[in-house]
Write a protein of this length. Structure first.
Length: 434
């Protein structure tokens, strides 16, 4: 499997030692207290998971293995000075904590090329689904159907040692990640481009190849795809898609089961569907005012949205307390490549107005934009106007992060997840005693 296995073999024993020491010496140390509001509020803010691939800082935004987004984009290998980094290099960073060399990226990309052939029965499965079935349903179904290929499932049946679980998980991750863009692009071409699939390239990198198979060959869009896949890859393990992956895998369900579950969670309106809702709101704003609206018109539309009991999509975040650096990275891309695009100009003007409106409204803890406020506008500019497909794009990206997370779950021998529940009556009795 190349250089990545050698690296994992060298670092896993060190991490196992760190975890074993923490449990042995400090296992009874209290790390987090849970409030009743957190119990009823989706466990928000409860420290109950371990994730080393990324960490979401309220003020700095996401850090990939300790590196900020600007640092990550600057230091990862890339095709040339004008290009954005290779997503497979980013996956190596998430998996190992080290910045890869070009040699490592080439080795990993060759592994992906050798594994990107999708079995014919998967095309049969996709083609058996009505063409108007949601793209994410088709995508999740295809991933789940691939489960028959799981090496971990086969090795487990043979009696593989627990300390070796990570090896077939890594193998499954490489096999699945290599195929995800091929299956996603096939679904895109099937639904929106009259059933005209495009064969994968054996020379393009993972991100550029995805763009190619969707039918978009411009250098700009290939760069956008690389950026998009990196920015949407990982967001620590508490979000729905990552947690679903962790939870399902904790039962030793293989990677195909857990990533299919992660995609199902990502499809929800409160998670991956948000970028679609953001673009819909922006286009509705432009339609009402016949083009790029003024700041006064945006303010009026924003108040109409809030006063109708709705939220302004793309603004606010459960953790962040400043503008999402992923939003900023996409804004910088737009300023460089599409400054005159009317949708981007509208998104930019909304950025000037909406935070102050939300501050006056007083209900949003974080009035600043998140990643979803911008990502749809960039896809729309390059011709991907089929907003129903946006969650699939997100799903391909998120698979990078959740695959890396679950490989480490198995490497460190994490247990099956089983939190304890209480009844409402028990809570009432506890409060009465207090």
């Amino acid at each position: 499997m190349g250089l990545i296995v050698d690296k994992m073999e060298s670092i896993i024993p060190q991490w196992r030692g760190r975890v074993k020491k923490l449990i042995k010496e400090h296992g009874d140390t209290v790390l987090s207290e849970v409030t009743i509001a957190q119990i009823y509020g989706g466990m928000r803010g409860v420290k109950g998971l371990v994730c080393d691939t990324s960490y979401l800082d309220p003020y700095e935004g996401i850090r990939f293995r300790g590196y900020t987004i600007p640092e990550t984009l600057k230091m990862l290998p890339k095709e040339n000075e004008k290009a954005y980094p290779y997503p497979v290099g980013h996956w190596y960073l998430l998996l190992t904590g080290e910045v890869p060399t070009q040699e490592i990226v080439d080795d990993l990309q060759n592994e992906f090329h050798s594994r990107q052939v999708v079995p014919k029965y998967i095309w049969d499965v996709i083609d058996s689904v009505p063409i108007d079935t949601h793209p994410m349903t088709q995508f999740s179904t295809a991933v789940l159907a691939l489960q028959r290929e799981s090496l971990f499932a086969k090795e487990y049946e043979k009696g593989i040692k627990k300390t070796e679980y990570w090896r077939p998980f890594l193998e499954d991750a490489m096999n699945l990640l290599a195929k995800l863009p091929v299956m996603a692009a096939y679904i895109y071409r099937r639904i929106y481009k009259s059933y005209t699939p495009i064969e994968p390239s054996s020379t393009l990198d993972w991100g550029a190849n995805f763009a190619h198979m969707m039918g978009y060959e411009s250098v700009e869009y290939k760069n956008l795809m690389r950026l998009y896949l990196i920015l949407h890859s990982d967001h620590e393990s508490g979000n729905v898609s990552a947690h679903a992956n962790h939870l399902v895998s904790s039962a030793l369900s293989d990677l195909y089961y857990s990533i299919s579950a992660a995609l199902d969670g990502l499809a929800g309106p409160l998670h991956g569907l948000a970028n679609q809702e953001c673009l819909k709101w922006v286009l509705g704003l432009m339609e009402k005012f016949n083009g790029v609206p003024t700041e006064e018109q945006i303010e009026k539309f924003a108040w109409e949205t809030l006063n109708s009991g709705q939220v302004i999509p793309g603004y606010g975040h459960a953790v962040l307390r400043k503008t999402d650096p992923r939003y900023t990275a996409q804004r910088e891309f737009a300023l460089k490549y599409l400054p005159d695009d009317p949708v981007f100009q509208t998104v930019s003007n909304v950025y000037k107005v909406v935070p102050d409106v939300l501050k006056k409204h007083g209900k949003a803890k974080n009035p600043w934009p998140n990643v979803d406020a911008h990502s749809g506008a960039l896809q729309y500019h390059y011709g991907i106007v089929e907003t129903g497909f946006y969650t699939v794009l997100f799903g391909v990206a998120r698979a990078l992060g959740v695959a890396a997370e679950v490989i480490w779950d198995r490497a460190l021998g994490f247990s099956i997840e089983r939190p304890k529940s209480v009844t409402t009556k028990q809570i009432e009795e506890f409060v009465a005693k207090k």
